[in-house]
Design a protein around this ligand. Structure first.
Ligand SMILES: [Ca+2]
Ligand SMILES: [Ca+2]
Ligand SMILES: [Ca+2]
Length: 221
C-alpha cells in the first residue's frame, strides 16, 4: 500500500465495539461513530472510523466469523478489499478459536501502515495477495494469541510480511507472542521480513519452507 506517515495531534483514544459480522463501510468516517448506513458497527466501519480519528484507538471484536465480501484489491482506505489500517490501532478479539476474520481469497486481510498496531485473539485466514497474504504491515506490529493460517501469497510472506519498500522514518518491526503461523503458502513461507523481528520466546527458522511449498507449522508460545 502507499504509506503516508503523518504526525497527528494527540487525541482522546476511542474504543469501538463491533456488533455485526457483516462487511459494510462506515457511513461517515470521522464523525466519531462507527456506523454503517444501517447503523451497525462492522469491523470495516470500525477500522475506517479509527483511521479517520487522529491518535491510537481500540476495536473490540467479539466472537464470530467476519467474512470480507467487498471486492476491490489495491484500494488503500479500507473501503474495498483488504482492511487498510493507517493509524495506530489495537484490535482485541475474543480468542483465536472464536474470532475469525476470513477473506475467502478476496484479498489479504489487514494492510497496515501505522507507527504502532496490535492484534490479539484473532484468527486471520484465507487471505490472498501478492505480498503478505494474511497481513502486510509497515511500522511496529504486535500479534498476540493469534492464529495466522491458510493464507496465500504468490510472492513473499504467505502469513505476514512487511512492505518490501523503504518508508522514511519507519522501520518494520514484528513481535509475535503466543501465536501460531501455519498452513500459509508463499515464496517466503509463513513470515517474510527484512529486519526487526521479535519472536518470543523462541524462533524456529527451520520451519520456513522453500519456494512454492506450503509452510509447516510455526508455533511461538
Ligand atoms: Ca462514522
Ligand atoms: Ca485513530
Ligand atoms: Ca483495501
Amino acid at each position: 500500500m502507499l504509506c503516508l506517515v503523518m504526525t497527528t495531534l494527540p487525541a482522546e483514544a476511542a474504543t469501538f465495539t463491533v456488533d455485526s459480522t457483516a462487511d459494510a463501510v462506515d457511513a461517515n468516517p470521522g464523525d466519531g461513530v462507527c456506523a454503517t448506513e444501517s447503523g451497525e458497527c462492522t469491523l470495516r466501519a470500525a477500522i475506517q472510523e479509527s483511521n479517520a480519528l487522529p491518535g491510537a484507538d481500540t476495536i473490540t471484536l467479539p466472537a464470530g466469523t467476519y467474512m470480507l465480501t467487498i471486492p476491490g484489491a489495491g484500494e488503500e482506505f479500507a473501503a474495498t478489499g483488504d482492511l487498510d489500517i493507517t493509524d495506530d490501532l489495537t484490535i482485541n478479539g475474543a480468542g483465536a478459536a472464536v474470532t475469525i476474520v476470513d477473506s475467502n481469497g478476496l484479498d489479504r486481510i489487514f494492510d497496515g501502515c501505522f507507527p504502532t498496531a496490535a492484534i490479539s485473539g484473532i484468527t486471520v485466514t484465507h487471505g490472498e495477495a501478492l505480498g503478505g497474504g494474511g497481513i502486510q504491515y509497515v511500522g511496529s506490529l504486535t500479534v498476540t494469541s493469534c492464529i495466522i493460517r491458510d493464507n496465500v501469497s504468490d510472492l513473499w510472506g504467505g502469513g505476514l510480511a512487511d512492505l518490501p519498500l523503504p518508508i522514511p522514518f519507519v522501520e518494520p518491526r514484528l513481535t509475535l507472542i503466543d501465536s501460531i503461523v501455519t498452513g500459509n503458502s508463499a515464496l517466503g513461507g509463513g513470515l517474510w521480513g527484512r529486519r526487526w523481528w521479535h519472536l518470543r520466546p523462541r524462533y524456529q527458522p527451520h520451519h520456513h519452507p522453500q519456494r512454492g511449498q506450503p509452510q509447516q507449522q510455526l508455533v511461538l508460545q
